[in-house]
Design a protein around this ligand. Structure first.
Ligand code: HEC
Ligand code: HEC
Ligand code: HEC
Ligand code: HEC
Length: 196
C-alpha cells in the first residue's frame, strides 16, 4: 500500500515537473528532481504478459480507432464468449484509440505489462492481497529482488475463473499462462447402440 502510493506520487511529481520544464523552455533550468530509487521506477517486477495467440501488437491490424458499438464480433473467437461477471465489454479494459494499451475508468492508459492496475480497480481486495504476497505467487531471488506474477499469468482476463496454469514460450521467453478452458462443451458420451 505505502509503496504503491509513494510510487504513484513519485511518478506524478516527475511527470508534472517534466511538463513544467518543457513549458518553461530553455534555461534557466528548473531544479532537477531527485531520481527515484530504482525499485520505485516500476512498481512491481513482473514477467512478460503471456500473449500466446500471435495477435500482438494489436496495431498490426488496428491502425484506426475501433468501433465503440457493443455488438457480435466477426473476429476474435479466441477470447469469446466473455465470461467475466455481468455486462462486461471489451472497452471496459481495452482502449478504443490505442489498441496496444489498456485503460482505467478515468481514461488513464496502462500498458499490458501493468495490467494488475486495471484488475485492481474492480478487485481491490485481491489487489491488496497480491501486493503483500498473500494472493498469487511471488518469486524471490537471492539478492532480495522479487518477481510478481501478473494476474493474467493465472487468470484469463476474458474468462477469469481459475483453471490451472501452464508454461508457454512467447517470443522466445518462457512465461506462465492460464490453461485455456474448452470453449465448446465436451461431446456427449456414446450410447451403447452407437458403439460397434
Ligand atoms: C489480424 C488482425 C487483428 C489483430 C492482430 C487484432 N485484431 Fe482486434 N479486431 C480485428 C477485427 C477485424 C475486428 C472487428 C470485428 C468486427 O467488427 O466484427 C476486431 C475487433 C476488436 C475489438 C472490438 C472493438 C472494436 O474496436 O471493434 C477489440 C476490443 C479488439 N479487436 C482488441 C484487440 C486486441 C487487444 C488485439 C491485440 C492483442 C487485437 N484486437 C488484435 C482484427 C484484429
Ligand atoms: C476485464 C478486462 C478485459 C475485457 C473485458 C476484455 N479484455 Fe481482452 N485482454 C485483457 C487483458 C488484460 C489482456 C492481456 C493479457 C495478457 O497480458 O496476456 C487482453 C488480451 C486480449 C487479446 C490478446 C490475447 C492473447 O493472448 O494474445 C485479445 C485479442 C483481446 N484481449 C481481445 C478482446 C476482445 C475482442 C474483447 C471483447 C469481446 C476483450 N478482449 C475483452 C483484458 C480484457
Ligand atoms: C470493470 C470491472 C472489472 C475489471 C476491470 C476486472 N474485473 Fe474481474 N470481475 C468483475 C466482476 C463484476 C466479476 C464477477 C463478480 C465477482 O466474482 O466478483 C469478476 C470476476 C472475476 C473473477 C472470479 C471469476 C470466477 O468465476 O470465479 C476473477 C478471478 C477475476 N474477475 C479476475 C480479474 C482479472 C485478472 C482482471 C484484470 C485482467 C479483472 N478481473 C478485471 C469485474 C471486473
Ligand atoms: C499465481 C497465480 C495467481 C495470481 C498471480 C493471481 N491469482 Fe487470483 N486466484 C488464483 C487462484 C488459484 C484462485 C482460486 C482460489 C480458489 O478457488 O479458492 C484465485 C482466485 C481469484 C479470485 C476469485 C476469488 C473469490 O473469492 O471468488 C479473484 C477475484 C482473483 N483471484 C483476482 C486476482 C487478481 C486481481 C490478481 C492480480 C492482482 C490475481 N488474482 C492474481 C491464483 C492467482
Amino acid at each position: 500500500m505505502t509503496m504503491h502510493w509513494r510510487g504513484m506520487l513519485a511518478a506524478t511529481t516527475v511527470a508534472s515537473l517534466c511538463a513544467w520544464t518543457a513549458a518553461a523552455a530553455a534555461p534557466p533550468r528548473a531544479p532537477q528532481p531527485k531520481a527515484p530509487p530504482p525499485e520505485e521506477k516500476k512498481e512491481f517486477d513482473t514477467p512478460a504478459p503471456p500473449f500466446a495467440l500471435g495477435l500482438f501488437p494489436c496495431t498490426a491490424c488496428h491502425t484506426e480507432p475501433g468501433n465503440p458499438q457493443r455488438r457480435e464480433l466477426g473476429f476474435h473467437d479466441e477470447v469469446l464468449p466473455l465470461r467475466h461477471g455481468p455486462n462486461r465489454w471489451c472497452l471496459d479494459c481495452h482502449d478504443l484509440k490505442d489498441r496496444d494499451m489498456l485503460h482505467l475508468t478515468d481514461g488513464e492508459l496502462v500498458p499490458f505489462g501493468e495490467s494488475y492496475r486495471l484488475c485492481g480497480q474492480c478487485h481491490g481486495d485481491k489487489y491488496r492481497d497480491w501486493k503483500v504476497g498473500v494472493h498469487g505467487k511471488r518469486i524471490g531471488y537471492w539478492n532480495g529482488k522479487k518477481t510478481y506474477f501478473l494476474c493474467v499469468n493465472c487468470h484469463n482476463p476474458h474468462a477469469p475463473r481459475f483453471t490451472g496454469v501452464e508454461t508457454v514460450v512467447v517470443d522466445g521467453v518462457p512465461t506462465q499462462r492460464p490453461i485455456p478452458e474448452p470453449t465448446r462443451p465436451e461431446p456427449r458420451p456414446l450410447r451403447p447402440q452407437e458403439i460397434r
